[in-house]
Design a binder for this molecule. Structure first.
Ligand code: CTP
Length: 422
Protein backbone atom coordinates (compact mmCIF):
# COMPACT_ATOMS: atom_id res chain seq x y z
CA UNK A 1 0.00 0.00 0.00
CA UNK A 2 1.43 3.41 -0.86
CA UNK A 3 1.65 6.23 1.68
CA UNK A 4 -0.89 8.25 -0.27
CA UNK A 5 -3.51 5.52 -0.39
CA UNK A 6 -2.97 4.74 3.22
CA UNK A 7 -3.48 8.34 4.25
CA UNK A 8 -6.56 8.72 2.07
CA UNK A 9 -8.17 5.82 3.84
CA UNK A 10 -7.67 7.15 7.33
CA UNK A 11 -7.64 10.94 7.10
CA UNK A 12 -10.55 12.65 8.84
CA UNK A 13 -12.51 14.72 6.36
CA UNK A 14 -13.86 18.25 6.70
CA UNK A 15 -16.04 19.62 3.94
CA UNK A 16 -16.80 22.97 5.45
CA UNK A 17 -15.46 26.48 5.76
CA UNK A 18 -12.79 27.25 8.29
CA UNK A 19 -11.54 30.70 9.23
CA UNK A 20 -8.01 30.35 10.57
CA UNK A 21 -6.74 33.20 12.73
CA UNK A 22 -2.96 33.04 13.01
CA UNK A 23 -1.54 34.78 16.06
CA UNK A 24 1.98 36.08 16.49
CA UNK A 25 4.24 33.35 17.79
CA UNK A 26 6.99 31.09 16.52
CA UNK A 27 4.38 28.30 16.21
CA UNK A 28 2.77 30.30 13.38
CA UNK A 29 4.84 28.29 10.91
CA UNK A 30 2.91 25.16 11.95
CA UNK A 31 -0.31 26.95 11.01
CA UNK A 32 0.87 27.01 7.40
CA UNK A 33 0.96 23.22 7.58
CA UNK A 34 -2.48 23.32 9.21
CA UNK A 35 -3.86 25.15 6.15
CA UNK A 36 -2.58 22.30 4.00
CA UNK A 37 -3.96 19.63 6.36
CA UNK A 38 -7.41 21.26 6.43
CA UNK A 39 -7.52 21.70 2.67
CA UNK A 40 -6.49 18.11 1.95
CA UNK A 41 -9.58 17.13 3.96
CA UNK A 42 -11.75 19.26 1.68
CA UNK A 43 -12.14 22.40 3.83
CA UNK A 44 -12.13 25.90 2.39
CA UNK A 45 -9.68 27.89 4.50
CA UNK A 46 -9.69 31.65 4.86
CA UNK A 47 -6.85 33.17 6.84
CA UNK A 48 -6.63 36.21 9.10
CA UNK A 49 -3.12 37.20 10.14
CA UNK A 50 -2.65 39.41 13.18
CA UNK A 51 -0.04 42.14 12.90
CA UNK A 52 2.32 40.13 15.14
CA UNK A 53 1.75 36.98 13.05
CA UNK A 54 3.15 38.82 10.04
CA UNK A 55 6.50 38.91 11.83
CA UNK A 56 6.58 35.11 11.50
CA UNK A 57 4.64 34.22 8.31
CA UNK A 58 3.77 36.30 5.29
CA UNK A 59 0.31 36.92 3.82
CA UNK A 60 1.82 35.69 0.56
CA UNK A 61 2.63 32.25 1.99
CA UNK A 62 -0.77 31.93 3.69
CA UNK A 63 -2.50 33.06 0.48
CA UNK A 64 -0.57 30.61 -1.68
CA UNK A 65 -1.40 27.71 0.62
CA UNK A 66 -5.05 28.59 1.17
CA UNK A 67 -5.66 29.73 -2.41
CA UNK A 68 -7.83 32.47 -0.90
CA UNK A 69 -7.36 36.12 -0.13
CA UNK A 70 -5.66 36.69 3.25
CA UNK A 71 -7.10 39.30 5.64
CA UNK A 72 -4.91 41.43 7.84
CA UNK A 73 -6.44 44.81 8.59
CA UNK A 74 -9.72 45.84 10.22
CA UNK A 75 -9.68 49.18 8.49
CA UNK A 76 -8.95 48.00 5.00
CA UNK A 77 -11.84 49.74 3.20
CA UNK A 78 -11.87 47.21 0.39
CA UNK A 79 -12.42 44.50 2.93
CA UNK A 80 -15.22 46.46 4.58
CA UNK A 81 -16.97 46.93 1.23
CA UNK A 82 -16.42 43.45 -0.15
CA UNK A 83 -16.43 41.38 3.00
CA UNK A 84 -16.58 43.15 6.34
CA UNK A 85 -15.44 41.58 9.56
CA UNK A 86 -19.01 40.67 10.46
CA UNK A 87 -19.35 38.61 7.29
CA UNK A 88 -15.92 37.12 7.80
CA UNK A 89 -17.03 36.07 11.31
CA UNK A 90 -20.30 34.55 10.13
CA UNK A 91 -19.49 33.09 6.68
CA UNK A 92 -17.66 30.19 8.20
CA UNK A 93 -18.47 26.97 10.04
CA UNK A 94 -15.58 27.08 12.48
CA UNK A 95 -12.94 29.55 13.60
CA UNK A 96 -9.53 28.19 14.58
CA UNK A 97 -7.10 30.39 16.49
CA UNK A 98 -3.60 28.93 16.06
CA UNK A 99 -1.31 29.85 17.61
CA UNK A 100 -3.50 31.34 20.32
CA UNK A 101 -0.93 33.48 22.11
CA UNK A 102 -1.25 34.59 25.75
CA UNK A 103 -2.04 38.08 24.44
CA UNK A 104 -4.75 36.88 22.06
CA UNK A 105 -6.35 34.72 24.78
CA UNK A 106 -6.35 37.71 27.16
CA UNK A 107 -8.02 39.89 24.53
CA UNK A 108 -10.60 37.19 23.78
CA UNK A 109 -11.34 36.70 27.48
CA UNK A 110 -12.01 40.40 27.97
CA UNK A 111 -13.92 40.92 24.73
CA UNK A 112 -11.50 43.34 23.09
CA UNK A 113 -11.99 44.14 19.43
CA UNK A 114 -9.24 46.51 18.43
CA UNK A 115 -7.97 44.59 15.40
CA UNK A 116 -9.43 42.35 12.73
CA UNK A 117 -8.76 39.05 14.56
CA UNK A 118 -10.33 40.12 17.84
CA UNK A 119 -13.24 41.91 16.11
CA UNK A 120 -14.02 38.73 14.17
CA UNK A 121 -13.83 36.65 17.35
CA UNK A 122 -16.23 39.01 19.13
CA UNK A 123 -18.65 39.11 16.21
CA UNK A 124 -18.87 35.41 15.51
CA UNK A 125 -21.68 33.05 16.38
CA UNK A 126 -19.69 30.00 15.23
CA UNK A 127 -17.65 27.51 17.30
CA UNK A 128 -14.11 28.63 18.08
CA UNK A 129 -11.19 26.24 18.56
CA UNK A 130 -8.07 27.70 20.18
CA UNK A 131 -4.63 26.06 19.98
CA UNK A 132 -2.56 27.86 22.62
CA UNK A 133 1.20 28.25 22.24
CA UNK A 134 3.39 30.10 24.66
CA UNK A 135 6.22 29.78 27.13
CA UNK A 136 5.33 27.28 29.93
CA UNK A 137 5.59 30.03 32.58
CA UNK A 138 3.14 32.21 30.65
CA UNK A 139 0.78 29.24 30.30
CA UNK A 140 0.88 28.50 34.04
CA UNK A 141 0.62 32.17 35.08
CA UNK A 142 -2.52 32.85 37.14
CA UNK A 143 -3.66 35.47 34.59
CA UNK A 144 -3.57 32.96 31.72
CA UNK A 145 -5.21 30.29 33.90
CA UNK A 146 -8.00 32.80 34.64
CA UNK A 147 -8.39 33.71 30.98
CA UNK A 148 -8.55 30.07 29.89
CA UNK A 149 -11.16 29.27 32.57
CA UNK A 150 -13.22 32.26 31.37
CA UNK A 151 -12.93 31.25 27.73
CA UNK A 152 -13.90 27.65 28.55
CA UNK A 153 -16.93 29.00 30.40
CA UNK A 154 -17.71 31.08 27.28
CA UNK A 155 -17.74 27.89 25.20
CA UNK A 156 -14.36 28.20 23.50
CA UNK A 157 -12.83 24.81 22.65
CA UNK A 158 -9.17 24.11 23.30
CA UNK A 159 -6.65 21.73 21.76
CA UNK A 160 -3.30 21.47 23.53
CA UNK A 161 -0.93 22.90 24.44
CA UNK A 162 1.39 19.92 24.44
CA UNK A 163 4.40 19.14 26.54
CA UNK A 164 7.81 19.57 24.94
CA UNK A 165 10.76 21.67 24.03
CA UNK A 166 10.11 25.36 23.44
CA UNK A 167 11.71 27.47 20.74
CA UNK A 168 13.70 29.16 23.50
CA UNK A 169 16.89 27.24 24.31
CA UNK A 170 16.66 25.01 27.33
CA UNK A 171 12.98 25.74 27.96
CA UNK A 172 10.59 22.79 28.17
CA UNK A 173 7.18 22.14 29.65
CA UNK A 174 3.52 22.61 28.76
CA UNK A 175 3.18 25.28 26.08
CA UNK A 176 3.97 23.82 22.66
CA UNK A 177 1.19 24.28 20.13
CA UNK A 178 -0.63 21.05 19.24
CA UNK A 179 0.54 19.52 15.96
CA UNK A 180 -1.29 20.49 12.76
CA UNK A 181 -2.78 17.02 12.46
CA UNK A 182 -4.14 17.12 16.01
CA UNK A 183 -5.76 20.50 15.35
CA UNK A 184 -7.20 19.26 12.05
CA UNK A 185 -8.66 16.23 13.82
CA UNK A 186 -10.19 18.37 16.56
CA UNK A 187 -11.63 20.61 13.84
CA UNK A 188 -13.14 17.61 12.04
CA UNK A 189 -14.63 16.48 15.33
CA UNK A 190 -16.19 19.90 16.04
CA UNK A 191 -17.54 20.19 12.53
CA UNK A 192 -18.97 16.70 12.86
CA UNK A 193 -17.57 16.40 9.32
CA UNK A 194 -18.69 13.35 7.34
CA UNK A 195 -16.58 11.03 9.44
CA UNK A 196 -13.51 11.82 11.44
CA UNK A 197 -12.11 8.35 10.83
CA UNK A 198 -12.87 5.40 8.57
CA UNK A 199 -15.57 3.02 9.74
CA UNK A 200 -14.05 -0.01 11.39
CA UNK A 201 -14.14 -2.20 14.48
CA UNK A 202 -12.68 0.64 16.59
CA UNK A 203 -14.92 3.44 15.24
CA UNK A 204 -15.83 5.86 18.01
CA UNK A 205 -13.05 4.55 20.25
CA UNK A 206 -10.07 6.50 21.54
CA UNK A 207 -6.75 4.67 21.72
CA UNK A 208 -3.69 6.14 23.45
CA UNK A 209 -0.34 4.58 22.54
CA UNK A 210 3.21 5.26 23.74
CA UNK A 211 6.13 4.51 21.44
CA UNK A 212 9.88 4.86 21.06
CA UNK A 213 12.55 5.48 23.67
CA UNK A 214 12.79 8.35 26.10
CA UNK A 215 15.86 10.54 26.40
CA UNK A 216 16.91 11.57 29.88
CA UNK A 217 19.30 14.54 29.80
CA UNK A 218 22.69 14.47 31.52
CA UNK A 219 23.55 17.96 30.30
CA UNK A 220 22.43 20.01 27.26
CA UNK A 221 24.31 17.74 24.84
CA UNK A 222 24.27 14.28 26.43
CA UNK A 223 21.45 11.96 27.41
CA UNK A 224 20.62 8.42 28.56
CA UNK A 225 18.65 6.47 25.96
CA UNK A 226 17.97 2.95 24.71
CA UNK A 227 17.80 1.15 21.39
CA UNK A 228 14.04 1.34 20.80
CA UNK A 229 13.19 2.48 17.25
CA UNK A 230 9.47 3.05 17.85
CA UNK A 231 8.60 0.79 14.90
CA UNK A 232 6.26 -1.47 16.89
CA UNK A 233 4.42 1.36 18.69
CA UNK A 234 4.03 3.40 15.50
CA UNK A 235 2.75 0.31 13.64
CA UNK A 236 0.11 -0.19 16.36
CA UNK A 237 -0.96 3.45 16.04
CA UNK A 238 -1.33 3.08 12.27
CA UNK A 239 -3.29 -0.18 12.69
CA UNK A 240 -5.63 1.36 15.29
CA UNK A 241 -6.30 4.38 13.04
CA UNK A 242 -6.97 2.08 10.09
CA UNK A 243 -9.46 0.20 12.33
CA UNK A 244 -11.40 3.46 12.78
CA UNK A 245 -10.11 4.62 16.17
CA UNK A 246 -9.20 8.15 17.13
CA UNK A 247 -5.56 7.62 18.00
CA UNK A 248 -3.22 9.68 20.17
CA UNK A 249 0.37 8.54 19.84
CA UNK A 250 2.76 9.83 22.49
CA UNK A 251 6.18 9.29 20.99
CA UNK A 252 9.70 9.63 22.31
CA UNK A 253 12.45 10.72 19.89
CA UNK A 254 12.31 8.51 16.77
CA UNK A 255 13.27 8.94 13.13
CA UNK A 256 9.98 7.51 11.84
CA UNK A 257 7.31 9.46 9.95
CA UNK A 258 4.09 10.20 11.83
CA UNK A 259 1.55 7.45 11.04
CA UNK A 260 -1.27 8.82 8.84
CA UNK A 261 -4.48 9.88 10.55
CA UNK A 262 -2.89 9.79 14.01
CA UNK A 263 -2.45 12.70 16.42
CA UNK A 264 1.19 12.56 17.47
CA UNK A 265 2.47 14.20 20.64
CA UNK A 266 6.26 14.32 20.64
CA UNK A 267 8.08 14.14 23.95
CA UNK A 268 11.65 13.54 25.13
CA UNK A 269 11.64 12.41 28.74
CA UNK A 270 9.62 9.92 30.81
CA UNK A 271 8.15 12.80 32.85
CA UNK A 272 6.95 14.49 29.65
CA UNK A 273 5.55 11.19 28.36
CA UNK A 274 3.57 10.70 31.57
CA UNK A 275 2.17 14.25 31.42
CA UNK A 276 1.21 13.83 27.75
CA UNK A 277 -0.53 10.49 28.42
CA UNK A 278 -2.45 11.99 31.34
CA UNK A 279 -3.56 14.89 29.13
CA UNK A 280 -4.63 12.50 26.36
CA UNK A 281 -6.89 10.40 28.65
CA UNK A 282 -9.67 9.31 28.86
CA UNK A 283 -9.34 6.47 26.40
CA UNK A 284 -10.94 3.11 25.72
CA UNK A 285 -7.62 1.38 25.16
CA UNK A 286 -4.12 2.35 26.29
CA UNK A 287 -1.12 0.54 24.81
CA UNK A 288 2.33 1.14 26.28
CA UNK A 289 4.87 0.15 23.67
CA UNK A 290 7.47 2.76 24.63
CA UNK A 291 10.80 1.68 26.07
CA UNK A 292 10.71 4.25 28.85
CA UNK A 293 14.06 4.91 30.51
CA UNK A 294 13.87 3.50 34.02
CA UNK A 295 16.09 6.17 35.49
CA UNK A 296 16.79 9.85 35.00
CA UNK A 297 19.76 11.91 36.16
CA UNK A 298 18.60 13.68 39.32
CA UNK A 299 20.22 17.02 38.54
CA UNK A 300 20.97 17.34 34.86
CA UNK A 301 23.54 20.09 34.32
CA UNK A 302 22.52 23.38 32.69
CA UNK A 303 25.85 23.64 30.89
CA UNK A 304 27.92 20.97 29.16
CA UNK A 305 29.93 19.05 31.77
CA UNK A 306 33.64 19.61 31.01
CA UNK A 307 36.57 17.23 31.48
CA UNK A 308 38.99 18.72 33.96
CA UNK A 309 42.54 17.33 33.89
CA UNK A 310 43.48 15.58 37.08
CA UNK A 311 40.00 15.57 38.59
CA UNK A 312 37.71 12.57 39.01
CA UNK A 313 35.27 11.49 36.34
CA UNK A 314 31.77 12.82 37.15
CA UNK A 315 29.35 10.63 39.07
CA UNK A 316 25.79 10.52 37.81
CA UNK A 317 23.14 10.19 40.49
CA UNK A 318 20.02 8.49 39.14
CA UNK A 319 16.42 8.57 40.30
CA UNK A 320 13.69 6.17 39.24
CA UNK A 321 11.27 7.47 36.63
CA UNK A 322 7.51 7.25 37.13
CA UNK A 323 5.99 4.06 35.72
CA UNK A 324 3.53 5.35 33.14
CA UNK A 325 1.83 2.02 32.47
CA UNK A 326 1.36 1.32 36.18
CA UNK A 327 0.02 4.80 36.95
CA UNK A 328 -2.61 4.48 34.19
CA UNK A 329 -3.50 0.85 34.96
CA UNK A 330 -4.09 1.65 38.63
CA UNK A 331 -6.06 4.78 37.82
CA UNK A 332 -9.42 3.87 39.32
CA UNK A 333 -12.72 4.77 37.65
CA UNK A 334 -11.09 6.70 34.77
CA UNK A 335 -8.87 3.75 33.86
CA UNK A 336 -9.07 2.76 30.16
CA UNK A 337 -11.15 -0.40 29.73
CA UNK A 338 -8.19 -2.29 28.29
CA UNK A 339 -4.62 -1.52 29.37
CA UNK A 340 -1.89 -3.29 27.42
CA UNK A 341 1.79 -3.20 28.31
CA UNK A 342 4.87 -4.60 26.66
CA UNK A 343 7.68 -6.51 28.31
CA UNK A 344 11.12 -6.18 26.80
CA UNK A 345 13.12 -9.13 28.09
CA UNK A 346 16.43 -10.75 27.30
CA UNK A 347 15.79 -13.99 29.26
CA UNK A 348 12.88 -15.88 30.88
CA UNK A 349 10.61 -13.84 28.62
CA UNK A 350 7.21 -15.27 29.63
CA UNK A 351 7.74 -15.59 33.42
CA UNK A 352 9.04 -12.03 33.60
CA UNK A 353 6.08 -10.80 31.55
CA UNK A 354 3.60 -12.63 33.79
CA UNK A 355 5.16 -10.98 36.83
CA UNK A 356 5.03 -7.55 35.18
CA UNK A 357 1.36 -8.00 34.23
CA UNK A 358 0.42 -8.55 37.86
CA UNK A 359 2.74 -5.96 39.38
CA UNK A 360 1.66 -3.23 36.98
CA UNK A 361 -2.08 -4.17 36.92
CA UNK A 362 -2.03 -4.44 33.12
CA UNK A 363 -4.75 -6.50 31.45
CA UNK A 364 -2.45 -7.85 28.76
CA UNK A 365 1.30 -7.90 28.31
CA UNK A 366 2.90 -8.34 24.92
CA UNK A 367 6.18 -10.02 25.80
CA UNK A 368 9.08 -9.85 23.40
CA UNK A 369 12.63 -11.07 23.37
CA UNK A 370 14.93 -8.10 22.89
CA UNK A 371 18.25 -9.93 23.30
CA UNK A 372 20.77 -8.90 20.63
CA UNK A 373 20.30 -12.21 18.79
CA UNK A 374 16.54 -11.56 18.37
CA UNK A 375 17.13 -8.39 16.26
CA UNK A 376 13.86 -7.00 17.70
CA UNK A 377 15.16 -3.54 18.62
CA UNK A 378 15.36 -1.61 15.36
CA UNK A 379 14.34 -4.60 13.22
CA UNK A 380 11.10 -5.10 11.28
CA UNK A 381 10.15 -8.47 12.79
CA UNK A 382 8.94 -9.47 16.19
CA UNK A 383 8.25 -12.70 18.03
CA UNK A 384 5.80 -12.11 20.83
CA UNK A 385 3.77 -13.91 23.48
CA UNK A 386 0.44 -12.44 24.52
CA UNK A 387 0.12 -12.81 28.28
CA UNK A 388 -3.39 -12.35 29.72
CA UNK A 389 -5.19 -13.42 32.90
CA UNK A 390 -6.39 -16.46 30.94
CA UNK A 391 -2.97 -17.67 29.82
CA UNK A 392 -0.20 -17.25 27.27
CA UNK A 393 -0.48 -17.37 23.49
CA UNK A 394 2.76 -17.50 21.54
CA UNK A 395 2.46 -15.90 18.12
CA UNK A 396 4.64 -17.09 15.25
CA UNK A 397 7.42 -14.70 14.12
CA UNK A 398 5.89 -11.98 11.97
CA UNK A 399 6.41 -8.41 10.86
CA UNK A 400 5.82 -5.63 13.37
CA UNK A 401 2.97 -4.44 11.12
CA UNK A 402 1.31 -7.87 11.39
CA UNK A 403 1.82 -7.97 15.17
CA UNK A 404 0.18 -4.51 15.29
CA UNK A 405 -2.83 -5.55 13.19
CA UNK A 406 -3.38 -8.73 15.17
CA UNK A 407 -3.11 -6.93 18.51
CA UNK A 408 -5.55 -4.22 17.40
CA UNK A 409 -7.96 -6.86 16.07
CA UNK A 410 -7.91 -8.73 19.39
CA UNK A 411 -8.28 -5.53 21.42
CA UNK A 412 -11.29 -4.53 19.26
CA UNK A 413 -12.86 -7.95 19.74
CA UNK A 414 -12.30 -7.74 23.50
CA UNK A 415 -13.95 -4.31 23.69
CA UNK A 416 -16.90 -5.46 21.58
CA UNK A 417 -17.36 -8.49 23.83
CA UNK A 418 -17.25 -6.34 26.93
CA UNK A 419 -19.30 -3.50 25.36
CA UNK A 420 -17.59 -0.83 27.40
CA UNK A 421 -18.05 2.88 26.84
CA UNK A 422 -15.95 5.76 28.22
N1 CTP B 1 6.84 1.30 31.32
C1 CTP B 1 6.29 2.54 31.60
N2 CTP B 1 6.99 3.43 32.35
C2 CTP B 1 8.20 3.12 32.85
C3 CTP B 1 8.77 1.88 32.57
C4 CTP B 1 8.08 0.98 31.79
O1 CTP B 1 5.19 2.82 31.14
N3 CTP B 1 8.83 4.03 33.59
C5 CTP B 1 6.05 0.33 30.54
C6 CTP B 1 6.62 0.01 29.18
O2 CTP B 1 6.11 0.88 28.19
C7 CTP B 1 6.12 -1.40 28.98
C8 CTP B 1 6.12 -1.98 30.38
O3 CTP B 1 6.07 -0.87 31.25
O4 CTP B 1 4.79 -1.44 28.52
C9 CTP B 1 7.31 -2.84 30.72
O5 CTP B 1 8.47 -2.17 30.39
P1 CTP B 1 9.89 -2.90 30.48
O6 CTP B 1 10.96 -1.95 30.04
O7 CTP B 1 9.81 -4.24 29.84
O8 CTP B 1 10.01 -3.19 32.00
P2 CTP B 1 10.38 -2.33 33.23
O9 CTP B 1 9.16 -2.01 33.99
O10 CTP B 1 11.22 -1.19 32.82
O11 CTP B 1 11.21 -3.38 34.09
P3 CTP B 1 12.69 -3.98 33.85
O12 CTP B 1 13.49 -2.87 33.22
O13 CTP B 1 13.13 -4.33 35.22
O14 CTP B 1 12.53 -5.17 32.96
Amino acid sequence: MTGVNQSQSVIPTVTQRVLLIIGGGIAAYKSLDLIRRLRERGATVRVVLTRAAQEFVTPLAAGALSNERVFTDLFDLDDEREIGHIRLARDTDLIIVAPATADLLAKMATGQANDLATAVLLATDKPVLAAPAMNPRMWSHPATRRNVRQLEADGIHFIGPNVGEMAERGEAGVGRMAEALEIAQAAAHLLGGPQSAPAGPLSGRHVVITSGPTHEPIDPVRYIANRSSGKQGHAIAAAAAAAGARVTLVSGPVTLADPPGVAVIKVETAAEMLAAVQTALPADIAIFAAAVADWRVTTSANQKIKKTKGSDVPTLTLAENPDILMSVAKRGPRRPALVIGFAAETEAVVPHAQKKRKEKSADWIVANDVSPASDTFGGDWNTVHLVTAEGVTSWPPQSKDDVARRLVEQAGAWLAAHQTEI
